[in-house]
Design a binder for this molecule. Structure first.
Ligand SMILES: [Ca+2]
Length: 206
């Protein structure tokens, strides 16, 4: 089944582009392995995985393993400077899969560190996050909408967090895919999860 996300002009719905055209996150779908994402081995390691949330054989996902000996809350990181404008609204999210039956308890979520200089330099001035997911054997969404970038915000350190809450001697694993951060109002998600066709239309008036 082909499932894609699109960017559509609110005035001219006929002009739609893949969301990747405006996604501020680089290698957000892990088409090129796990390049551009930074881990902190040996406690937190990112690896490429062939599973893809849209079953795209040409893509893949990121398998993030938290092997710290104790409880450890940390994320794999990417700094985003291009397109960050203080005072603007943004939406961000991802798909995550957290296998059930793990020996450790934890959760996975998205966390941003907003900096007052480009390239994630200077001081942190905001910490937006998504909902956490603690167990899901299928791909489920993480999302944060309408995040107001602080007036002085110039970059954001995007974290794919795998938070290990217990110390049973094992690892806690979560898979991420389909990461996005876009200016508010530019993301159109065509999942049809609710069964409704709104706001799709099968005809366009000139
Ligand atoms: Ca992918």
């Amino acid at each position: 089944m082909l499932r894609m996300s699109f960017l559509c002009s609110s005035l001219f719905m006929v002009f739609c582009m893949p969301v990747s055209a405006q996604n501020l996150v680089n290698n957000a779908d892990f088409h090129i392995g796990v390049e551009l994402w930074a881990d902190t081995p040996p406690d937190l390691v990112i690896a490429s995985d062939s599973a893809d949330w849209m079953d795209d054989p040409g893509s893949g996902s990121a398998k993030i393993t938290n092997s710290a000996s104790g409880n450890y809350n940390a994320g794999v990181r990417q700094c985003v400077s291009d397109g960050i404008i203080g005072g603007d609204l943004y939406d961000f999210g991802a798909r995550v899969r957290v296998p059930s039956g793990q020996s450790e308890v934890g959760n996975a979520y998205l966390l941003g560190f907003v900096y007052d200089q480009e390239d994630c330099a200077g001081s942190q001035i905001a910490w937006p996050s998504s909902n956490p997911v603690s167990s899901a054997d299928t791909w489920v969404p993480l999302a944060r909408g309408d995040f107001l970038m602080p007036a002085g915000g110039m970059s954001i350190l995007f974290n794919l967090v795998v938070n290990k809450l217990t110390a049973n001697g094992g690892s806690f694993v979560a898979d991420f895919d389909g990461v996005y951060m876009v200016p508010d109002g530019t993301l159109f998600w065509n999942g049809f999860e609710s069964g409704t066709m709104v706001p799709w239309s099968d005809s366009v008036s000139p």
